[in-house]
Design a protein around this ligand. Structure first.
Ligand code: SF4
Ligand code: SF4
Length: 332
């Protein structure tokens, strides 16, 4: 059997050793069922996950819940919603006890005096025109003003088919705001006309994403292998989907055979008792799922499959590093 050290030279082996120590154990939390936007294609609202549970309002219960999550081995809390900034007291409970990442639409500024180093990811759905169509508002002017130059914030840029040929403009604006960017693809959960991906478009956007990474390496946090996997839906010839997805809530996962999966992963609803099926929409068709984190995790949990060649293992290392940078386990 091939070993890691036999496949890598000294430099790559050092990179491997750095990430192999991290042992990231994440779970995802709906902080609230409310949002100050209603985006067309938001997986949370389109699948009625906002009605799955009543929000827990007693902050003491949030405190004891987070303590139990720590005991369960979680070392990365990913906060979503709804819009977590509507409930900063709940966000603070996580940030005080755990390495925490908060996804936000960026309209409300998270005060850095209260959350000095918390990782923040601002959702962005393209240029102003697309944002108006899909989200009812061009959020960038507000979010970029709120977070300009922030060293722990990046844009999570959800690319739509209409963005082909236009991503550079968006990335340059992000660079000018002194922020980083990570790209993923729209899954179009609400079937908005003109926002479905064709095979040709996926090929085009893959080339464009590669080009952006080459030209803006100090701004774009990504990897070409991630681009390949997310645009083709294939990893080492295996198709992504329900049978392979690693981001299914562990206690609800009754798949046989059970694929490689994230250890003890749970996506919790805001009552702190209900669990959702997976890291994204409860009702999404897995065969068309483009969720970026699920694809990254898919690669990460399949290290052994990437030990057939040096190139495969280097691809795996780059994706792991990308994930670790996005969640602040290593500097970007
Ligand atoms: S900002 Fe996020 S949570 Fe709010 S509606 Fe849009 S996608 Fe959904
Ligand atoms: S919708 Fe996506 S993330 Fe959820 S189980 Fe299906 S493939 Fe996995």
């Amino acid at each position: 059997m091939k070993t890691v050290s036999s496949l890598l030279d000294d430099e790559w082996y050092k990179r491997y050793k750095k990430i192999s120590k991290l042992n990231i154990r994440s779970s995802i939390y709906d902080v609230t069922n409310r949002c100050n936007l209603r985006c067309k294609g938001c997986f949370f609202f389109s699948s009625n996950e906002h009605k799955a549970a009543n929000e827990e309002v007693d902050i003491k219960k949030w405190e004891s819940f987070v303590e139990k999550e720590k005991e369960r081995g979680v070392n990365l809390a990913i906060l979503i919603g709804g819009e977590p900034t509507l409930c900063l007291d709940r966000v603070e409970v996580f940030d005080k006890q755990l390495s925490t990442f908060c996804a936000t639409n960026g309209l409300i500024k998270i005060p850095r005096d209260r959350f000095p180093k918390m990782g923040i990811g601002i959702s962005l759905w393209g240029s102003g025109e697309d944002e108006k169509v899909l989200r009812g508002k061009n959020t960038f002017p507000i979010s970029s003003k709120n977070y300009e130059g922030d060293p722990y914030t990046y844009y999570l840029y959800t690319i739509t088919p209409r963005q082909i040929g236009k991503t550079e403009h968006v990335i340059r604006k992000i660079e000018a705001a002194g922020l980083k960017v990570h790209m993923q693809l729209l899954s179009n959960d609400e079937g908005v006309d003109g926002f479905f991906w064709t095979i040709e478009e996926l090929k085009d956007i893959r080339e464009e994403m590669d080009d952006m990474l080459d030209r803006y390496p100090g701004t774009v946090i990504s990897s070409k292998y991630y681009h390949e996997v997310i645009t083709t839906g294939k990893m080492l010839g295996r198709p992504f989907g329900w049978g392979e997805c690693p981001s299914v809530t562990a206690p609800l996962d009754k798949r046989e055979p059970r694929p490689k999966h994230l250890t003890n992963f749970v996506r919790w609803a805001s009552d702190l008792q209900t669990m959702h099926r997976c890291c994204t929409s409860e009702t999404r068709n897995c065969s068309t799922c483009k969720d970026g984190a699920a694809h990254m995790s898919w690669i990460m949990v399949n290290k052994r499959a990437h030990m057939q060649s040096t190139g495969d293992l280097q691809n795996w290392i780059e994706v792991y590093e990308m994930f670790a940078k996005l969640y602040q386990f290593i500097p970007w």
